[in-house]
Design a protein around this ligand. Structure first.
Ligand SMILES: *Cc1c(COP(=O)(O)O)cnc(C)c1O
Length: 380
């Protein structure tokens, strides 16, 4: 199967208020073409200056020592687990409320995902992690859902107590902070995606791993590039998952705008929070003033969610569900033996969440239109 959502982007364009904004995002594509032209004249197609520059700038942005550009967010997770020695027979603790790639990375690394329920903030409930640890547990893999960081300090304490690794799925969390700390501060690695729909997006696939550990940085740099020490010598037989140099050009271009992208999303989300919190049928997750949430998606819970979604779509508002089926209830998870009722908070959230567009190209006028539509649906 190729693109399993054929015509999705085309259809989305007919909404007045969209989740997809790639046309606007890259309206200055001719500037990027100019940079690509320079690359073509140079012939520097794999790794090279653009990737190095991106890695330096990304590490700086996330306030960590090292960044390693890789082929995708999924590869970032998979390579991190592999670099830490996760393999057959190991267990990795994670959340059932995530995108498939989190679990895909654990399973393809050879390990078994062990789920822990989430809290009202949609992130893994740190108070339930210890009960899930067994002799086989090798790592904890928290996901910063929607761009809100998990309680990493607490997770790190648990990991240290039981001698476990920590890999963060920070696909949603570029520039997110808890207090002064970005993703990557309390973990072995944090993994970011630059998929076209993420906050920092490229023209296809791209990912980046950050770490403060110099040995891990060296190992990951080898692992993404066949394990090559130089042209003729290989240190470890490994994978090919480099960040594409063309994509590094796009990423470097957008890095200049990431502060603006992030600030607009935060401002739009705060506007929705203020307006939608007046509607009794809407439940906004608790906001923690210590958190700098970056709102990769704006997720709230709504009474008669499916009815609201249908109504909003009729009004030209591209409401989405991220996601209706938790990981432990997926057909692919059958072999792990979970059942409905195992993670009640997560299951309730999946039955009730709805996402509204908050990207940087939404105007206040459009946001007011969304708020009015929600009020209209509930006959307020
Ligand atoms: C997008 C995403 C990934 C995977 O990233 P890709 O770059 O698409 O491979 C992993 N985890 C989460 C939570 C994501 O949303």
């Amino acid at each position: 199967m190729g693109n399993f959502l054929p015509g999705q982007y085309e259809r989305d364009r007919f909404s007045k208020i969209n989740h997809n904004y790639l046309g606007e995002q890259f309206s200055d594509y001719s500037t990027i073409f100019g940079k690509i032209e320079k690359l073509i004249l140079k012939g520097d197609y794999t790794l090279g200056d653009e990737v190095n520059l991106f890695e330096q700038r990304f590490a700086q942005l996330e306030n960590v020592r090292f960044a390693i550009g890789v082929g995708s967010g999924t590869d970032a997770l998979f390579l991190s687990l592999k670099a830490l020695g996760v393999s057959q027979g190991d267990e990795v603790i994670t959340t059932p409320y995530t995108f498939f790639a989190t679990i895909g990375a654990i399973v393809t690394a050879g390990a078994k995902p062990v789920f822990v329920d989430i809290g009202e903030d949609y992130n893994i409930d740190v108070n339930k992690i210890e009960a899930a640890i067994t002799k086989k547990t090798k790592a904890i893999l928290p996901v910063h859902w929607s761009g809100r960081l998990c309680h990493m300090k607490k997770i790190k304490e648990i990991a240290s107590k039981y001698n476990l690794f920590v890999v963060e799925d920070a696909a949603h969390a570029i520039m997110a902070k808890y207090g002064d700390d970005y993703a990557g501060h309390y973990s072995d690695t944090a993994c970011f995606s630059m998929h076209p729909l993420k906050n920092l997006n490229v023209w296809g696939d791209g990912g980046v791993i950050v770490t403060n550990n110099e040995d891990l940085k060296a190992r990951l740099s080898l692992m993404r590039n066949h394990g090559l020490l130089n042209r003729d010598e290989c240190a470890i037989f490994s994978y090919n998952s480099r960040l594409d140099t063309l994509q590094a050009i796009v990423a470097n271009h957008l890095l200049e705008k990431i502060k603006h992208i992030t600030d607009s999303r935060i401002s739009n989300a705060h506007f929705f929070d203020a307006e939608l919190s007046k509607i009794p049928q809407i439940k906004i997750p608790p906001r923690d003033p210590l958190q700098k949430e970056v709102f990769h998606i704006y997720v709230i819970q709504a009474k008669n969610r499916d009815g609201l979604k249908k109504f909003l779509i009729e009004k030209g508002i591209d409401a989405k569900i991220h996601y209706p089926i938790p990981m432990h209830l997926q057909p692919a998870a059958k072999e792990f033996g979970y059942k409905r009722g195992d993670f009640p908070v997560c299951e309730h959230v999946c039955d009730n969440v709805i996402s509204l567009p908050v990207h940087e190209f939404i105007t206040r006028e459009q946001q007011n239109y969304v708020v009015k539509a929600v009020q209209e649906f509930y006959k307020l």
